[in-house]
Design a protein around this ligand. Structure first.
Ligand SMILES: Cc1ncc(COP(=O)(O)O)c(C=O)c1O
Length: 400
């Protein structure tokens, strides 16, 4: 007779317990609830451009669907999309990747996620400058890696220096993550600092993961890429995204450029998970990367205007200070003067009350590793900036 033995088994794997739901998504979900209940919100939460995807990109994807380009493709993306990625990067930054050093992915986040899975073992250290984009920390922890937080100085616009990175390196350091211009503070690594950091990575045999999601939204001059330092290619992995550059967030279009062996392993992992990124999205991506780049320049100029407008309005709120972002499309004001007022004990509480009482969506700084800030995303109209900052001012000044 069969006997059944009941064994207490845990349901979830440890790795899923090591990460949290992305804070930006959590804020968006809370805002959606209020909106559904009829509340009129000013939304500074969303991390995406407000422009429609340019016409020529949409047309290319529509034409691909009409031509029945709707089947599986090779896992790393068709040769033409990989060619478009490397040619764009070479034209803009003087890099010299071949198509077998490129992979097209379903969004930049997946390129990052898979790169970390492929490179990071339990106990490996990954240096991450603070403030950081939320997902970096969780993705490293999911892989079992140890995040080594690198504090930066707000008075120096959160500048990341090679000296600070060198001081954080230990024998266990496997990788360094740089995101320039950065989310959330818009800080930019200078060309000189970048070259010194690349040199360090090359000398110490450490991988430099360069998240270039906002590389074209650099307001301090010509964009720079670590990919230009071709002599250090073996230690550099460029993580790119079409989301913000071409206003294609929902398309899920990203890529990685790096040493052949790393790309082959990314492809291997992708072959057992998402397989190829959507076929007709690849055609849209070719149109974006190989077509006219005028839209990129137009978006950039509009973002500069919006940034300046946002900074001007924030300066009108007493005791809120803000570094001038050199790129991306966020401002990262310091609201510490209001923490401690009106029973508010943290930036998270401030953002929650600002949402419910002031009807403004902002992401609290704890999600980015600093407890005294909130992140405001400014791809909205100037009128929306005026209204949102007016609401913020009213809300903050009422706190006693
Ligand atoms: C710093 C950074 N890297 C990567 C991404 C991922 O972009 P996507 O997955 O849409 O390509 C984002 C999106 O917000 C980001 O802010």
């Amino acid at each position: 007779m069969a006997t059944s033995v009941s064994v207490a088994r845990k349901v979830f794997a440890d790795r899923i317990g090591r990460i949290e739901v992305s804070a930006t998504m959590a804020v968006a979900a809370e805002a959606t609830k209020l909106r559904t209940a009829g509340v009129n919100l000013v939304d500074f939460g969303a991390g995406e451009p407000h422009f429609p995807t340019p016409r020529h990109i949409k047309d290319a994807a529509i034409a691909a669907i009409e031509a029945n380009f709707t089947r599986y493709t090779v896992v790393p993306g068709i040769a033409d999309v990989r060619k478009a990625i490397v040619e764009r990067h070479t034209a803009d930054f003087g890099s010299d990747y071949g198509i077998d050093e490129a992979i097209f992915t379903s969004g930049g986040k997946l390129a990052l996620f898979n790169t970390i899975q492929v490179l990071i073992e339990h106990g490996d250290e990954v240096i991450l400058p603070v403030p950081y984009w939320v997902s970096f920390k969780d993705i490293i922890q999911y892989a079992g890696g140890k995040v080594v937080f690198l504090e930066t100085d707000e008075a120096q616009s959160f500048r990341i220096t090679a000296d600070a990175i060198e001081a954080a390196i230990t024998p266990k350091t496997k990788a360094i993550i740089l995101n320039s211009p950065s989310n959330p503070a818009g800080s930019v690594v200078t060309a000189e600092d970048l070259e010194r950091i690349v040199t360090l990575a090359q000398e110490r045999g450490i991988y430099l993961l360069l998240d270039e999601c906002y590389v074209y939204l650099n307001y301090e001059g010509k964009p720079v890429s670590g990919g230009s330092f071709t002599w250090a290619k073996e230690h550099i992995i460029v993580l790119g995204s079409l989301s913000k550059t071409y206003s294609m967030t929902g398309w899920r279009a990203g890529y990685a450029l790096g040493p052949k062996a790393v790309i082959a392993n990314l492809s291997k992992l992708q072959s057992q998970s998402t397989s190829n990124a959507t076929s007709f999205v690849q055609k849209g991506a070719i149109a974006a990367l190989a077509g006219s780049q005028e839209c990129v320049a137009d978006f950039r100029s509009e973002f500069i205007e919006l940034r300046d407008h946002m900074l001007m309005r924030l300066a009108e709120i007493p005791d809120v200070t803000c570094t001038k972002p050199g790129g991306a499309f966020y401002v990262y004001p310091n609201v510490s003067a209001y923490i401690g007022k009106g029973g508010i004990k943290s930036a998270t509480e401030l953002a929650t009350r600002l949402l419910h009482e002031g009807h403004v969506v902002a992401v609290p700084g704890e999600a980015f590793g600093t407890p005294h800030h909130i992140r405001l995303s400014y791809p909205v109209t100037k009128e929306t900036i005026d209204e949102g900052t007016r609401r913020m001012k009213d809300f903050l000044l009422k706190l006693t």
